[in-house]
Design a protein. Structure first.
Length: 241
């Protein structure tokens, strides 16, 4: 196996816009393993008024998924975190210990609104890091303010916030503007890790094409850092930025 580590995936059933059944979730996980992923961490959405998930219900859904798939062949290692929408609810969850960081508790995935960088987010991210949790920005190339330049998040990156590439952005799945932004950010060295953000098994062939494109853009050594080495560092707490 190639040892890829996916820290952004929606394989838990019937809780957000990802898969609908355990069987479909297992199919997604097995398909990811077939293209090189040894570890796949679920990151279901927590977003007020859209996906009203919480730590307790997600842990229960994940526990049931693990129990139902334990005997299945060709499954990758799995884990549980969440994709937290960046709003006041998330900050309250984080402050009260009710958020879902990555396994190990060293970093947490945060999603911005599609058309704006949230106010005061730098201070919030500073507060997270004071508590030894590294913020990870989900798919920055998909946010309108970052289509043409990375300047709006440069200070965040300088303070140690990590950026996560949605691999499928490199294929044009989300449009030309997103693809162009992703390619620019890859060239600029913005990203610390690259992940699938798969929502269904049909996404996996697109991810495979995107991985090939990533190797073309950055070469084997850097591609492996983004796909394997750096995600592993996040899980172990040995984060370099």
């Amino acid at each position: 196996m190639l040892g890829y580590v996916d820290l952004h995936c929606h394989y838990l059933p019937a809780i957000d816009d990802g898969v609908k059944t355990i069987a479909e979730g297992a199919e997604l996980c097995r398909a990811l393993r077939s293209i090189g992923y040894d570890t796949v961490v679920a990151t279901p959405h927590i977003r007020s008024a859209m996906f009203e998930n919480n730590k307790a219900n997600l842990e229960q859904v994940y526990s049931n998924f693990v129990a139902q798939t334990r005997e299945m062949q060709d499954m990758p290692k799995t884990g549980l975190a969440a994709e937290h929408f960046c709003d006041d609810v998330f900050w309250n969850l984080f402050a009260t210990g009710a958020s879902l960081p990555y396994p190990g508790g060293h970093a947490a995935l945060v999603e911005f609104p599609p058309t704006a960088i949230p106010r005061n987010v730098e201070q919030r991210f500073f507060d997270m890091q004071r508590k030894r949790v590294r913020p990870v920005i989900a798919h920055p190339e998909r946010y309108t303010p970052l289509f043409k330049q990375t300047d709006p998040i440069d200070r965040m990156l300088d303070m140690g916030v990590l950026a996560q590439l949605d691999l499928m952005s490199l294929t044009g799945k989300y449009g030309r503007a997103t693809q162009s932004a992703a390619e620019r950010m890859v060239e600029e060295g913005v990203y610390y890790l690259a992940c699938s953000d798969c929502h269904k098994p049909a996404d996996v062939p697109i991810v495979a094409d995107a991985i090939a494109r990533l190797f073309e853009l950055v070469g084997e050594e850097e591609a492996k850092e983004l796909l394997s080495e750096n995600p592993t560092r996040i899980l172990s707490g040995r984060i370099n930025a």
